[in-house]
Design a protein around this ligand. Structure first.
Ligand SMILES: *Cc1c(COP(=O)(O)O)cnc(C)c1O
Length: 379
């Protein structure tokens, strides 16, 4: 058996307490005990989402939550805007088109963020647009979107704003109510420190009206059923019972820690990782104006094959980081700051990166990255 440190942007490292909780015998879900757990989990989600809106728990990966958003808000022929600056923005487009939504795609170069004015102009040009779909953290590039600014544009229009916050929630700030975000989708295996299996979706009153009107076919992800069940502290179908209980425990810990402390913890990990990369003579992929604290995306020097580097870090040394997707395949690595990670985990990851870069004949001073990261941690 070998240890494997997950520095990947989902799934993420689980705390030992959560692993222990997941190993407990299962209880039945139609019991007062489970109902109490579910109620506490939903209250915890409202805390983390910073909302008084309903938050529904769906049993699926995060993408199920995204599909629920599309089919519950829109009907065939409705108009929507999607923003594509990476793989996950593209998923919104694919989902919308699957349900026959008339989708206007705004393309952004990978590594850059959408400007709120661009969305404003698109909404002014076509008043029939019913929904705008964006991504809090575009995990394929390491870019954070300015959700607050975009929400301030969308809230004065008939359209609803839908945010894929699958990576980012619990790691960086997203003030659902304060910023007027109608629908927020997340998933269990990123910032929540849980295994994959649950999706979460918060729905504003403005969005709930669309849920009632949608003509799209839906069954498992019908939010009208989720709403009805939630009113009785229940779920329409068998939930992933063990993960819901672990969710309650993870949220309890997050609440005790406090949002500000969570965000500053991850910001420190990100800052140290960026400093390490730059001290190794490497550059960061995203534009500095929109660089994310959720993960650090590093450009690899010519001559270093990113796919080999990722494989060697994982298979030889037990450190998992992510490579690039599509045209970035082999050219970048992505190191996450999500889940149960501390500064020593980051130092372990940086140390392993240095080791493999040396093995791959990249020239730099051994320890330069570690030293830069240590400096940030000692500030
Ligand atoms: C991981 C991720 C998803 C997909 O989630 P699954 O759980 O794999 O379905 C969607 N959006 C973003 C931004 C992600 O990081």
């Amino acid at each position: 058996m070998k240890r494997n440190l997950l520095l990947t942007p989902g799934p993420t490292q689980l705390p030992p307490e959560i692993c222990a909780s997941l190993g407990k015998p299962i209880i039945h879900h139609r019991t007062p005990q489970f109902q109490d757990n579910l109620k506490e989990a939903v209250e915890g989600l409202k805390f983390l989402f910073q909302t008084k809106n309903d938050v529904y728990i769906l049993t699926s990966s995060g993408t199920g939550g995204m599909e629920a958003a599309v089919c519950n808000l829109l009907s065939r022929g409705d108009k929507a805007i999607t923003v594509e600056g990476g793989k996950f923005g593209e998923r919104w487009t694919e989902l919308c088109r699957t349900y026959g939504v008339d989708t206007k795609v705004i393309e952004v170069p990978w590594g850059k963020a959408i400007q709120p004015e661009t969305i404003q102009q698109a909404l002014e040009k076509d008043k029939a647009i019913k929904a705008v779909f964006i991504t809090l953290c575009e995990t394929s590039t390491g870019v954070t979107t300015d959700v607050k600014a975009i929400a301030s544009v969308v809230k004065n229009t008939p359209a609803v704003l839908v945010v894929d916050a699958i990576s980012g929630l619990g790691v960086i700030d997203l003030q659902t109510d304060c910023w007027s975000v109608d629908v927020v989708v997340s998933g269990s295996q990123k910032g929540f420190m849980l295994p994959p299996g649950l999706a979460f979706i918060s729905v504003s009153p403005k969005a709930l009206r669309l849920v009632e009107q949608s003509q799209s076919p839906r069954y498992y992800f019908d939010l009208r059923e989720a709403k009805k069940a939630a009113e009785k502290a229940d779920t329409p179908y068998t939930p992933a019972i063990g993960i819901v209980i672990a969710l309650m425990e993870s949220l309890r810990w997050m609440k005790e820690t406090g949002l500000e402390n969570l965000f500053s913890h991850y910001a420190r990990l990100a800052k140290a990782t960026r400093a390490a990369a730059e001290s190794l003579g490497l550059t960061l992929f995203p534009d500095p104006s929109c660089i994310s604290n959720v993960l650090t995306t590093i450009n690899l020097p010519p001559g270093v094959d990113g796919e080999k580097l990722v494989k060697r870090m994982r298979d030889t040394y037990g450190i998992s980081v992510a490579g690039g997707q599509d045209h970035l395949k082999g050219k970048i690595i992505r190191i996450a700051h999500m889940g149960c990670l501390d500064e020593y985990d980051m130092l372990t990851g940086i140390s392993c990166l240095e080791k493999v870069l040396k093995e791959m004949k990249y020239s730099f001073t051994l320890g330069a990255g570690l030293s830069a990261a240590q400096k940030v941690f000692n500030e």
